[in-house]
Ligand binder design. Structure first.
Ligand code: ADP
Length: 159
């Protein structure tokens, strides 16, 4: 079974990686869909975010990394995936995620969303928090995979 894991991944955290790894075990194959979102300026370019994910998932074989810029359900259909995977960190994620899941089902009733609860020790992690820590020179190695830590340090040193 293939599952679509969509997100901004700006950048990938160890929480995202944990979800990808568990997705591979549970479903067989994970298609990580990186949002290009032309309306927003991300910290890392689409190409860089894709490279970071590929470099951080070399130990996984059943994974594909793609980009998308439209509706998630359209992306799911184009890639022949009927299942969208999302992570839940806390109640604050739940309300927003539920709204998105209902919206997606109203657009495509054959595409289901499935949620995995985040590992407790990753539940505080978010891409924006990691960037704040990196900006002020804090330790980030336990928060992001090694290729991302390297890029974050280079990015904030050059700013
Ligand atoms: P988006 O902009 O779509 O929220 P993110 O890159 O922030 O994209 O997150 C993508 C998915 O990963 C979401 O389902 C989010 O709930 C989940 N996620 C974010 N942080 C973590 C984490 N620390 N552990 C597990 N899942 C996470």
């Amino acid at each position: 079974m293939r599952v679509l894991y969509p997100g901004s991944f700006d950048p990938l955290t160890r929480g995202h990686l944990d979800l990808i790894e568990r997705g591979c075990v549970l479903f067989g194959e994970v298609v990580v869909a990186v949002l290009s979102n032309p309306g927003k300026t991300p910290t890392f370019s689409l190409e860089k975010r894709i490279e970071q994910i590929k470099d951080s998932t070399q130990h996984l074989h059943a994974i594909e990394v793609i980009s998308f810029d439209g509706l998630t359900v359209t992306c799911a259909k184009e890639n022949k995936v009927d299942l969208i995977l999302r992570g839940l960190r806390a109640m604050s994620d739940f309300e927003y995620e539920l709204q998105i899941a209902h919206t997606n089902r109203s657009l495509a009733s054959d595409v289901e969303t499935i949620f995995l609860a985040t590992e407790a020790h990753h539940s505080f992690l978010s891409s924006s928090l990691v960037k704040e820590v990196a900006r002020f020179g804090g330790q980030i190695e336990h928060m992001v995979p090694q290729p991302v830590a390297k890029d974050l340090k280079r990015y904030f040193n050059n700013q």
